[in-house]
Ligand binder design. Structure first.
Ligand SMILES: [Zn+2]
Length: 153
């Protein structure tokens, strides 16, 4: 890794710690020539996550889309973007851990619902209503009742 200050090729690692929920490693390096310090991030070369949509189409997992869909559900709620970002990190990590390499879009929706449930109940119900495409008011109420029931426990 070239030093960004003097372009010298060699450096030593002075500190190394997991970053981004363990997805990458952050390294502090010191240039062996000018002794200035800089930071590098190492990420595992993981296989892309393939999402299988309801109609059978496949596309690669789009983290951005996931964050946006959660963000929509959180409109006017006091949930920070960083909370959603870390929820998305956790979901991405879980997807990487699942075997098979192909994940249904439903599964991702379920994971997102699980995270939102812990963050904000209103956001959760909104997300669920879009995601599960509640056919009628009854299925919507069912979901609400489930939520209330869990809260009582
Ligand atoms: Zn240097």
């Amino acid at each position: 890794m070239k030093c960004p200050f003097c372009n010298f090729q060699e450096s030593k690692v002075v500190d190394s710690r997991p970053a981004n929920e363990g997805i990458s490693i952050r390294r502090r390096r010191e240039c062996l020539s000018c002794h200035k310090r800089f930071t590098t991030y190492e990420t595992m070369d993981t296989l892309p996550i393939v999402v299988v949509k309801k109609n059978g189409n496949r596309q690669s997992f789009d983290r951005h889309k996931l964050v946006n869909s959660m963000l929509r559900a959180c409109e006017k709620r006091s949930i920070s973007l960083s909370a959603l970002e870390s929820a998305a990190d956790a979901i991405e990590q879980e997807l990487h851990n699942e075997l098979g390499g192909e994940i249904s879009s439903e599964r991702i929706g379920e994971l997102a619902m699980g995270k939102l449930k812990n963050l904000d109940e209103v956001a959760y119900v909104r997300f669920a209503s879009v995601y599960r495409k509640f056919k009628d008011i009854n299925s919507f109420l069912d979901e609400l009742n489930k939520l209330l029931h869990e809260r009582e426990k």
